[in-house]
Design a protein around this ligand. Structure first.
Ligand code: GTP
Ligand code: MG
Length: 372
């Protein structure tokens, strides 16, 4: 026939079906293992999958070993690191306000139209412990940023406004967090408002498997008012307790690995990228590769706008010194020397071209269509 289930499709292409579903999920496409696909859909999916695997595997697999991009953790160097917490939820439910209250700033007040349009990353200290926060936009147009936010995080905070309830991007945020396999803490916000109905929010979230312990589940719920600073301490406690269970550790002594959250071309400074350091440390003067580009760290600017000489795992930082503007989502690796960096980038570009050619071949999918 000209139909195939996702499971059969994955088998034919020798793919792990769970992996495939997860990747598609992150792209906002929902499939289950038993989804029935038409030939057209299968063809589209095959192409899509090629596009999906392209980026990460080029760097991670083909070159990872050859050039040892990633330095291995040394067991004896492992130390506790700050948890990375991504705030997600529907537009206007109070994500930026929550971070403003925690950081005692007013970012939300300065945003065009009150809408967040980029990923923001900040570090705060609570009872001597550092916590890294990532703010994501709630507007429906920014699915990819939410997916990226969920992918780099240790814990997702799902914000739901008590007067508005579960909305499309609330549900989308849940899918991203689930696909990334990170624990979710629910913050029911705006409980100060006259129309607030936290119980309704709890009931609505049950449908998505988010159930509070007192209702027989294992998801933490905290009822807050970001605007009036209510129960924010309780939320931070819950975050720190959840992080403790995860036992997050890093080797701060090795060469850095980071992820580009945002990038831009500054007319004065040149290419600039907001990077979340995931592993190791990065110093001014060090050489790095970042997918198709490379560079030498000219300056590191922390989330408070201060120039620093060195940054460590879990820290967000603005990096100056890129050769060209990297793409959001690109992985950055500190490298021993410039010659090696150039060689790696050349190789990445070469491999990408090869992939592109293979993909064009793939388009015809002749053998595949015969099997169908
Ligand atoms: P996007 O980033 O665009 O998705 O929005 P957001 O989730 O960051 O929401 P933001 O923090 O910008 O807040 C939206 C509006 O809700 C603002 O007018 C805030 O002042 C208001 N708000 C946020 N938290 C609360 C709260 O706890 N109580 C009340 N009454 N208003 C709040
Ligand atoms: Mg916002």
């Amino acid at each position: 026939g000209d139909e195939i289930t996702l499971k059969e499709f994955a088998e034919q292409l020798k793919l792990n079906p769970t992996d495939l579903i997860k990747k598609l999920f992150l792209k906002g496409k929902m499939f289950t293992i038993n989804s029935v696909l038409s030939y057209e859909q299968a063809e589209e999916l095959a192409l899509e999958y090629d596009a999906l695997i392209e980026k990460e595997e080029v760097v991670e697999e083909s070159f990872g070993e050859k050039f040892s991009l990633e330095e291995k953790d040394k067991e004896e160097n492992l130390e506790e690191r700050a948890p990375i917490i991504t705030i997600m939820g529907h537009v206007d439910h109070g994500k930026t306000s929550l971070l403003d209250t925690i950081r005692k700033t007013n970012v939300a007040g300065g945003e065009a139209g009150g809408i967040t349009q980029k990923i923001g990353a900040y570090q705060v200290e609570r009872h001597g412990k550092k916590i890294t926060f990532i703010d994501t936009p709630g507007h429906e147009a920014f699915t990819e940023m939410r997916a990226r936010g969920a992918e780099v995080t240790d814990i997702a905070i799902l914000i739901v406004a008590a007067d508005d309830g579960v909305k499309p991007q609330t549900i989308e945020a849940i899918s991203h967090a689930k696909a990334a396999e990170v624990p979710i803490i629910v913050a029911i916000n705006k409980i100060d408002k006259p129309g607030a109905d936290p119980t309704r929010v709890r009931t609505e979230l049950m449908e998505y498997g988010l159930i509070a312990p007192e209702w027989g589940g294992d998801t933490e719920f905290v009822e807050i008012s970001a605007k009036f600073n209510k129960n924010i301490d309780m939320l931070l406690e819950t975050i720190l307790l959840t992080a403790e269970i995860l036992e997050l550790k890093a080797d701060f002594k090795k060469r850095a690995k980071g992820i580009v959250l945002e990038s831009r071309l500054d007319p004065k400074l040149g290419p600039v990228a907001d990077v979340l350091i995931k592993e190791g440390n990065l110093k001014v003067g060090e050489v790095f590769v970042c997918d198709e580009t490379f560079g030498k760290v000219r300056a590191l600017i922390n989330d408070k706008g201060e120039r620093v000489n060195k940054v460590y795992a879990s820290q967000p930082v603005e990096i100056l010194g890129f050769d060209t503007v990297p793409n959001a989502g690109d992985v950055l690796y500190a490298i021993k020397n410039e010659k090696q960096a150039k060689k790696i980038v050349e190789e990445v570009i070469k491999q990408k071209k090869l992939k592109e050619q293979n993909r064009t071949k793939h388009v015809s999918l002749e053998s595949f269509s015969k099997q169908l």
